[in-house]
Design a protein around this ligand. Structure first.
Ligand SMILES: Cc1cc2nc3c(=O)[nH]c(=O)nc-3n(C[C@H](O)[C@H](O)[C@H](O)COP(=O)(O)OP(=O)(O)OC[C@H]3O[C@@H](n4cnc5c(N)ncnc54)[C@H](O)[C@@H]3O)c2cc1C
Length: 104
């Protein structure tokens, strides 16, 4: 089994061993500003092809992309354990206030 990059292999991205080189010290951007690569498709020193690593890369990439898309907006990080999340049924799911207070 060998991965194929397909058309993105011709975008002018820096490729190493069939994977896209990224800036792992910052935000997983490629050599083309504003183009990110996360997950198994990227490579950097110490890269591990694991789901956990892909999630970590996605978190940092999203924060960078947010700032790029909304340069004038202040980014505020929120914990879902504290602020809750919107459920698929439209209702907000959140931990009871007493539980949140206990873990803070
Ligand atoms: C057998 C096996 C066991 C594993 N076990 C674990 C484990 O226990 N724990 C762990 O953390 N990780 C595990 N991994 C690694 C984990 O599966 C990967 O790190 C993770 O799936 C990578 O996610 P990804 O979204 O980057 O890539 P992928 O999950 O590979 O998703 C890429 C998607 O892009 C699609 N695609 C490819 N080319 C194109 C194209 N040209 N156009 C459109 N779509 C395209 C593919 O079909 C695929 O659906 C395992 C991997 C394997 C192979």
């Amino acid at each position: 089994m060998s991965p194929k990059l397909g058309p993105i292999g011709n975008w002018g991205l820096e490729i190493e061993k069939n994977a896209i080189k990224v800036n792992n010290a910052l935000d997983y951007q490629t050599n083309i500003p504003g183009v990110y690569a996360i997950g198994d498709v990227n490579t950097y020193p110490g890269k591990l092809k694991l789901i956990l690593c892909g999630f970590h890369e996605a978190t940092l990439m999203c924060q960078s992309a947010y700032k790029r898309i909304f340069p004038d907006k202040k980014y505020v990080m929120k914990y879902t354990t504290v602020g809750g999340v919107e459920g698929f049924d439209g209702t907000k799911k959140e931990a009871p206030k007493a539980v949140v207070k206990a873990i803070q």
